[in-house]
Unconditional design. Structure first.
Length: 423
């Protein structure tokens, strides 16, 4: 970079890099630094050069066929020239002096209009449409607050249903621009789901989840990007019948089938330990899968596990709790004292693995049963011996319908209560 004096003013002189020769006709550039002070000129030269490079980069990006990048390039080039990018209609409404300044900035060195410069400063590059696909891409950043603290597995399970909902909508309606989505489009999507429900196997809940997730994506982008659209997303849900209860395993089935010697030998060690641990704790399978050795406290006066938000979110603030270990559950954690690495990052596969094994080996009490039934069974057993509701809710990580007073029962006391119903 060379600084030279022309007359009374210092100028920057530099050869144009080969990278920018497609958008800059000159071999060398001379840029006035508007000062007769050499020290000031040396300070201003790097900034002036940076502005030149930014302008060249923006002009190069403007050649792309990518509508988003071309629009961003036009905004960048306008900014480098000292203007805020405005669409043509807004430029036309500017005061005469401001409008003429933009027109002048659009001229090339030969006095003729430079089409790239003109498009940027006069607003001739159309802003790309906000399509459904683009809305989903933006959504992840706009909804980042909802993912704080989620583990990689939790994040994947949070993202997938939203991706699925958008994919289904595009399959039916197309990748429309958000302003072009009509009430008929949404009714077509609802009708597509109705056909799937009538063809069998799916519940209204499946359709409603798609509608909820799609609506969440579109409404979030509409709000956070200040689009001001009135989206036709209301009154679309399907009536859901009575919620299907997950049946608990009976005490006889747990004792005579699940705990029969050798019954679970074909199940991998981590899954087997999680299942046995669930019998006398009632934890959620995903909570167990994420436990680490630091949260499995077998050497404490009362052996217990601590459900904590370690590299993952908890289902709710009430889910943070400690649970004493007794009976077969204590034995399971002694076998797996360091946690369950096989499922630590993929808890979704845990239930599928266990349920498949139990069905294949005749260990499901009914076709409607699942691993989660052990959680329900644990609460039924606690209820049958009159365990206080506060203690039950603390054990299960449920909210209490009143303010919580005091610290609650001690671990030793709770262990004594659980031992009354433990296997």
């Amino acid at each position: 970079m060379t600084i030279m004096k022309r007359g009374n003013t210092f100028h920057l002189r530099k050869r144009v890099p080969r990278r920018y020769q497609s958008v800059e006709e000159r071999k060398n550039v001379w840029v006035s630094l508007h000062t007769d002070s050499e020290s000031i000129a040396k300070a201003k030269a790097p900034i002036a050069w940076q502005h030149l490079v930014e302008a060249w980069e923006a002009r190069m990006a403007g050649d792309t066929a990518d509508a988003d990048r071309r629009f961003e390039a036009a905004k960048e080039l306008a900014a480098v020239r000292g203007f805020r990018y405005l669409p043509t209609a807004k430029v036309a409404e500017l005061p005469r002096e401001d409008l003429l300044a933009r027109v002048e900035a659009a001229r090339g060195r030969d006095g003729e209009p430079d089409m790239r410069e003109a498009a940027a400063v006069l607003g001739a590059v159309a802003e790309p449409q906000m399509t459904v696909t683009k809305a989903l891409d933006l959504y992840w950043g706009l909804a980042a607050d909802k993912t704080i603290g989620k583990s990689e597995d939790q994040l994947r399970r949070w993202q997938n249903p939203r991706k699925k909902a958008v994919r289904n909508f595009i399959e039916v309606v197309g990748d429309k621009a958000l302003p072009d989505i009509t009430g008929d489009d949404m009714l077509d999507f609802r009708g597509w789901w109705l056909e799937k429900l009538e063809s069998g196997g799916l519940t209204p809940n499946s359709a409603n989840k798609d509608l909820i997730h799609l609506g969440d994506v579109l409404k979030t982008v509409n709000k956070m990007k200040r689009l001001g659209l009135v989206l036709p997303l209301s009154d679309l849900s399907f009536k859901e019948g009575e919620a299907r209860q997950r049946p608990p395993f009976s005490e006889a089935w747990i004792r005579d089938k699940l705990l029969r010697p050798g019954a679970l030998d074909g199940l991998n060690k981590d899954a087997r330990c999680i299942l046995l641990g669930m019998i006398n704790t009632g934890y959620r399978p995903s909570e167990a899968a994420s436990l680490t050795s630091a949260q499995i406290r077998l050497d404490a006066d009362v052996p217990h596990i601590s459900i904590e938000p370690v590299e993952r979110q908890l289902k709710s603030r009430n889910a943070r709790r400690v649970i004493p270990l007794v009976g077969v559950s204590l034995g399971a954690f002694k076998e797996c004292p360091n946690g369950f690495p096989k499922y630590a990052t993929s808890s979704a596969s845990l239930s599928a693995t266990v349920n498949k094994f139990l069905r294949a080996n005749g260990l499901m009490e009914t076709p409607n049963h699942s691993l989660y039934g052990l959680r329900h069974s644990f609460e039924d057993r606690l209820l049958s011996v009159g365990i206080d509701e506060r203690i039950r809710r603390d054990l299960f990580g449920h909210a209490l319908d009143r303010e919580r007073y005091g610290k609650g029962a001690t671990l030793a006391h709770v262990r004594g209560l659980i031992q009354r119903v433990a296997f």
